[in-house]
Structures are given as structure tokens and as C-alpha cells.
Design a protein around this ligand. Structure first.
Ligand SMILES: Nc1ncnc2c1ncn2[C@@H]1O[C@H](COP(=O)(O)OP(=O)(O)OP(=O)(O)O)[C@@H](O)[C@H]1O
Ligand SMILES: [K+]
Ligand SMILES: [Mg+2]
Length: 686
């Protein structure tokens, strides 16, 4: 989505809209949400109202600059929001009324409007048909154009049975025919949620933002007390002759309270989420984005994440005394009702290499036994007069137990063949019934290109990677070594993934996990950052707190980087804002008291207080207010783009930031205010 519609934040149309929005946001109901800026707003209102009674060029200019300060803050937020709005608008276009081919009970079709589809309904889509609603494919395989939501023009494959079964309303089938069961209620669709997220969820404050907000409010309260106690202090005879008017007090207050970060905080958060959207990742909350920045453990599954994931049967290894043809026959029979890609690949191999055609399930009088991650087996119960033949294929360890229950032992040759396949990184599936072991199916999978480098990159960022797989330890070890993960868990059942996450969290780690399967859902829900692949099952997509539209597992690297960058940007600009305010204090206050020294005709040691040699108290104050406003504008690009991010440890990053933004915040105001003072004095403005 984002790739296509994302506009530069500096496009003319967006800037014009944001300028207008900047004035609309002057509404007090909007301003109260940001206490620091609300104080500025109140000051601006009071000075404007009182202006006719105490008119002077100085008072007018202070009031004007306060309004500009507010407008700059509003503008920053509006620019950040602008892109999201454009994206939401383009998503709405994909939501036009669609026609659906609903399947009736008797299998016949009826044409209905997509709006009439209810959860549980089944519909058919063929080449060229738009997909009218979110659902899970229950029959067939198809190529789908998902560009309406992902912005990617390359078609993707969606198929029943496996972990690529979800389809999204608003996308289009390019080839073949699928039957889909609707999985969501009206108005709850993925597209609806995306639009809602992009438009509104961004404005919810995250816990970190709330904590920072409390700090900023506390500082503001302190400065209000300090500034408004100044007039009391001036009642002492020693300060006779110092004139402090209300505009000066307000100006001083605005300069001292943390307006820089107050103005940019919301824009920083919004653009963090926006950056994710531009990487085709949707975060359900800002909190998830922040958590991504603190993640230090990453759980990935093997099949489809680290490997390409289309595990294909490449070889049947028969047990001793079993004919190759008989082995192929047993393997095919055990896969007859297996809708998973693995099961279908067994059918293909049996047909291509052994000329075996598919058989009719009904004619066989057989009950399918579906694959589950719990049992790690699939197969058929074939009924005959003699009883039931339980034919199974599955993971070695699971089949070993199955054989034991039937009182048969695994031939050593079969075990050896399975081990050889596993050491190669392949997945061995044993085929057996209750009377004998037929042999081993070799499922081959390939480690994705470039994944090793990605894991190294993560390691430099201080993130530990753990591969979790349902596969056997030997296969897992082979793939783990090839991919270069830090640790792995084999023969993991869904609850093991969950358990490992809880264990890591118990040790104080923040855990991210990416997954696509229904069996990943509990773990996705438990992880601090759970990224579900858009291609995954509905359960997975609902459990996570982020969805990757590209279904690219290595995307987690970008997600973490964007999270870290968000935290760093906020930290840097907060540091800058606070040190900046301290510097302003030392720039203005001496200048104000210059009035005192002047009235006493003192040239001596007191004059040295005006370290910056500012033109006059008035020009010093005006310059500080102008600087305070302009620094917001100057920092808008950084707030939107984020501070540059390098994969270094957290402590090192913190040190660098304190140095650059802390020191910068102290120095820049002196130079800036001096320069503005020269201009202000030169133009005769104060
Ligand atoms: N269709 C199938 N029929 C029988 N057994 C299967 C089938 N598919 C997979 N298996 C076996 O069950 C094991 C667990 O499968 P599962 O899909 O849960 O995990 P996985 O895909 O190997 O690992 P990951 O969690 O990395 O995706 C596999 O390793 C394999 O041995
Ligand atoms: K300030
Ligand atoms: Mg799997």
C-alpha cells in the first residue's frame, strides 16, 4: 500500500493541508491534550486580550511569536498525520462495493453483494474475480494480486491447508479457482482495521509517552511557579527599578518550559508508525512500535521463516524388504487426505516417479486423519471387513511412539536413513501402519539466501535469535548452523514456543516473534512484539500486535530498527529540549537584570552578568522567544525522519546522544539568540 501512495512529507498538497490544519488545531479542546503547549496557548490568549490596553510594538511581537510557536507545533503534527490520511484514503478505494459468488448448501452459486456476506459463508473466486471478504481458503490454490493493500505488484500464492491460507478482501484472484470461508464479521475486515489504525490509533498515547508527558508537565508547573514568583522577589528594595511586565513574564515562561519536545512529541510518535507503514508493516498500537525498540530476543520458526518453506518430497527411501513401489503406494495413500503442501508434494512425487494416480477417498471407505502440530502425524484410517488399517506418516519421534504402541520396532536402516536426511537439513517423514514400517519420505527445504547476514546484523544490534521448530533435533541443528542463529529448540509444540517466550520474559528480556501458523497464535499473543505474516492464518493475524503485509520474516530487523530509531529520536530531542531551556535561562535572565544595573548606573561587576552582550533587555527577550519558536521548525525534519540509526549497543548510543544533543542543546541557543538579537536590534524591532 504505502509504497505506492506514500508521498514525501514535503509535497505541496500535504504542506498546504498541514498549514491549514495548523490553524484548526488552535482549538482549545485540541490544545488541552498537550499541557506544555496549552500553557503557551493560554499565554498567547491572555497577551492578545490585554494587548489593546497596554499596546506596544514589543508586546505585539511577543504575542505574535507565541501564536507562531503554537502554529509550528500544530503544523509538525499535521505534516506527520498527513501521510497517514493519504494512505487511508487510497485504502478506501479498495473498499468499493464488491460482488460475491456465494456457495449455497447444495453447492450451487448465487450472486450477492459483499456486504451481505456473513462470517462462516463460503464463496468462490476464479481468475479475475475480486476477493469480496477476508477469509481462509478451504479448497484450491490460486495466485492473488494483493497490490491494493501491499503496493507490491508481484502476485502471491495462496492455498488451502497450510500456513498461507488467508486471503484479504479487496485483493484479486489472478489464476485458478479457490473456495473461501469468510472468517470475519462485517466491518471487522482487515482493510477496515487498517484504515482505522492509520487514522486514529496513532493518537493514543503510549505508556512511554505518558511517562514523558508527566515529566514535561512537572517541569512546566515548576517553571510557572518560578516565573510568577519573580515579581514577589522584585518587591525587595534591592531590586528597585527592575520593571517586569506580564508579557515579559509570559515570554520568560514560554522560553523555559519544554516547548521543543512538547511541540514535536506527537509528530515523532506518528512518524515512527508511519515509517513502519512504509515498510508495509501495520502496528496495532504505538506501544508495539516502542516495544520493538527495546527487543533483545527474537524467536523465529524454521519452516517458511528461515527456510523457503515449500517443503517438497524429493525421495522415498523404502525400508529393507519393502519394494520401492509398495513404499510409494503407502506414502501416497497416507497423503491422500493431507491438504498441506507437504502432503500434496508426496502425491506429486508418487505420480511423477511411480505413476501412481490419486485414489478416491469414498471408494476406499477411509477416514482422514489430519496433520496437527501436536501429533506431528497425518494419514488415513482405512476400514475393511477385517477391521481398521491405521496408516500414518509423520515425524520420526512421533512415529516411533506410534510403532511402539503397535508392538513393532523401527528397522535400523530406516533410522539411519532418517538421520542422514536430517543431517542434510531435510525433514524425514516415516510411513507405517500397525503392522509394518514402509520407509522414509525425504522433504527438502532450502535456507533463504542472505539470512546469515541478517542474523549477524541483529547480533550487532544486541539481539539474540532463537529458532523454534517442530522438526527433529538433527534437522534443526543442521538448519540452525547453516542460518547462523544463536540458539534453537527442536520438536517444539505450540506450547513450547509460548513457554520459551515466557521463560525469556521472566529473565527480563523483551521478546519479538514472527509467525504465520495457527499454532503460532498463542506465542504471538504472548510476545512483546508479535508480528504476524499477512499470508498467515486468521488466528495468527489476530493474535499479533503487528502484521507484515509482505509476509517477509526478516522484516523483523526493520521493525526493530524503526522501534529503536523512534526511542532514540524521542530521547535525543527531549535531551536537546531540556538543555536548550537551561541555556535560554542563562541567556535571558541576566539581560532582564541589566535593567537593574542600568538604573543604578552600575558599570562594574554586575554588568558582567550580561555575558552575551545582548542589545537590550527587550531585544534579549524577544530574541529568545523567536529562537524558541524557530527551533521547533528547524527540528521538524529530524522529528519526521528520525535520528540516523547505527547498529550499536544501547549504552554506546546513549553516550553519543547525550554528547551530541545534550551539548548541542546547551550551545546552540547562545549562538542562535545572539544572532537573532543582532537582527532584531539591526531592524530596530526592540
Ligand atoms: N503433512 C504432514 N504430515 C505428517 N507429518 C508432518 C506433516 N507436515 C509436517 N510434519 C511433521 O511434523 C513436524 C512438525 O511440523 P510443524 O509444521 O509443526 O513444524 P515445522 O514446520 O517443522 O517447524 P516450524 O515451526 O519451523 O514451521 C515436522 O517437522 C514434520 O516432521
Ligand atoms: K521552551
Ligand atoms: Mg510450520
Amino acid at each position: 500500500m504505502a509504497n505506492k501512495v506514500s508521498q514525501s512529507p514535503w509535497s505541496g498538497a500535504l504542506l498546504r493541508a498541514a498549514s491549514l490544519e495548523g490553524w484548526k488545531k488552535m482549538d482549545p479542546r485540541v490544545q488541552v491534550r498537550n499541557p506544555v503547549m496549552a500553557v503557551v496557548w493560554l499565554g498567547a490568549v491572555v497577551l492578545t486580550v490585554l494587548l489593546p490596553f497596554h499596546f506596544s510594538g514589543f508586546n505585539l511581537q511577543i504575542a505574535l511569536w507565541l501564536w507562531l510557536t503554537l502554529w509550528f507545533a500544530n503544523f509538525a503534527e499535521a505534516v506527520a498525520e498527513g501521510r497517514g490520511k493519504a494512505q487511508a484514503a487510497s485504502l478506501r478505494k479498495a473498499k468499493t462495493t464488491l460482488q460475491a459468488r456465494r456457495l449455497k448448501e447444495d453447492g450451487s452459486e448465487e450472486a450477492v453483494s459483499a456486504a451481505d456476506l456473513a462470517k462462516g459463508d463460503r464463496f468462490v473466486c476464479e481468475a479475475g474475480d475480486p476477493i469480496p471478504a477476508d477469509g481462509e481458503i478451504i479448497e484450491g490454490i490460486a495466485t492473488v494480486d494483493e497490490s491494493a493493500i501491499t503496493g507490491e505488484s508481484a502476485p502471491v500464492i495462496r492455498e488451502s491447508g497450510g500456513d498461507r491460507s488467508a486471503v484479504t478482501g479487496g485483493t484479486r484472484v489472478l489464476s485458478d479457482r479457490i473456495v473461501v470461508r469468510v472468517t470475519v464479521e462485517q466491518g471487522q475486515s482487515f482493510l477496515d482495521k487498517m484504515i482505522g489504525l492509520i487514522e486514529t490509533a496513532k493518537r493514543q498515547r503510549t505508556p512511554n509517552e505518558a511517562a514523558l508527558g508527566i515529566l514535561l508537565v512537572s517541569l512546566t508547573v515548576i517553571f510557572v511557579l518560578v516565573v510568577f514568583s519573580l515579581p514577589l522577589m522584585l518587591k525587595y528594595p534591592a531590586f528597585e527599578g527592575v520593571q517586569i511586565t506580564l508579557p515579559i513574564l509570559v515570554a520568560l515562561l514560554v522560553c523555559l518550559i519544554p516547548t521543543t519536545i512538547g511541540a514535536l512529541l506527537s509528530a515523532i510518535g506518528i512518524s515512527g508508525m508511519d515509517r513502519l507503514v512504509r515498510h508495509n508493516v501495520l502496528a496495532m498500537s504505538g506501544r508495539a512500535v516502542e516495544a520493538a525498540g527495546d527487543v533483545d530476543v527474537l524467536l523465529l520458526d524454521k519452516t517458511g521463516t528461515i527456510t523457503l518453506g515449500n517443503r517438497q518430497a524429493t525421495e522415498f527411501v523404502p525400508a529393507p524388504s519393502v519394494e520401492p513401489q509398495a513404499m510409494a503406494d503407502a506414502a501416497q495413500l497416507a497423503s491422500l487426505a493431507d491438504e498441506t503442501p507437504e502432503g500434496r508434494s508426496v502425491m506429486v512425487l508418487a505420480k511423477n516417479k511411480f505413476g501412481l494416480r490419486g485414489r478416491d477417498l469414498h471408494a476406499l471407505d477411509a477416514t482422514p486423519v489430519k496433520f496437527t502440530a501436536e501429533t506431528r502425524m497425518s494419514g488415513l484410517d482405512i476400514h475393511s471387513r477385517g477391521g481398521v488399517r491405521k496408516l500414518r506418516k509423520g515425524a520420526v519421534e512421533a512415529m516411533e511412539r506410534f510403532a511402539q504402541r503397535s508392538g513393532i520396532t523401527l528397522p535400523a536402516e530406516v533410522k539411519a536413513a532418517a538421520e542422514r536426511i536430517a543431517r542434510d537439513g531435510g525433514t524425514p517423514l516415516l510411513v507405517a501402519d500397525e503392522t509394518k514400517v514402509y520407509g522414509v519420505i525425504h522433504l527438502k527445504d532450502v535456507v533463504k539466501g542472505g539470512i546469515r547476514e541478517r542474523f549477524e546484523h541483529l547480533r550487532r544490534m544486541g539481539i539474540r535469535t532463537i529458532m523454534v521448530t517442530g522438526d527433529n533435533p538433527a534437522t534443526a541443528a543442521a538448519i540452525a548452523a547453516e542460518a547462523g542463529v544463536d540458539d534453537f529448540i527442536a520438536e517444539a509444540k505450540p506450547e513450547d514456543k509460548l513457554g520459551r517466550i515466557q521463560q525469556e520474559q521472566g529473565k527480563g528480556h523483551l521478546v519479538a516473534m514472527m509467525g504465520d501458523g495457527t499454532n503460532d497464535a498463542p506465542a504471538l499473543a504472548q510476545a512483546d512484539v508479535g508480528v504476524a505474516m499477512n499470508s498467515g492464518t486468521q488466528a495468527a493475524r489476530e493474535a499479533g500486535n503487528m502484521v507484515d503485509l509482505d509476509s517477509n520474516p526478516t522484516k523483523l530487523i526493520e521493525v526493530v530498527e524503526i522501534g529503536k530509531q523512534l526511542l532514540m529520536t524521542r530521547g535525543s530531542l527531549t535531551t536537546f529540549s531540556l538543555t536548550n531551556d537551561i541555556a535560554k535561562y542563562f541567556a535571558i535572565l541576566p539581560a532582564i537584570f541589566i535593567g537593574l544595573f542600568a538604573s543604578h548606573g552600575a558599570e562594574g561587576p554586575l554588568a558582567a552578568l550580561n555575558i552575551m552582550g545582548l542589545h537590550s533587555p527587550q531585544s534579549a527577550i524577544l530574541s529568545a522567544v523567536i529562537f524558541n519558536a524557530l527551533v521547533i521548525v528547524a527540528l521538524i525534519p529530524l522529528a519526521l525522519k528520525g535520528v540516523p540509526y547505527k547498529p550499536i549497543g544501547a549504552a554506546e548510543a546513549l553516550r553519543r546522544n547525550l554528547l551530541v544533543y545534550g551539548l548541542g542543546g546547551l550551545i546552540v541557543p547562545f549562538a542562535g539568540i545572539k544572532l537573532i538579537d543582532l537582527i532584531v536590534a539591526g531592524l530596530g524591532l526592540a
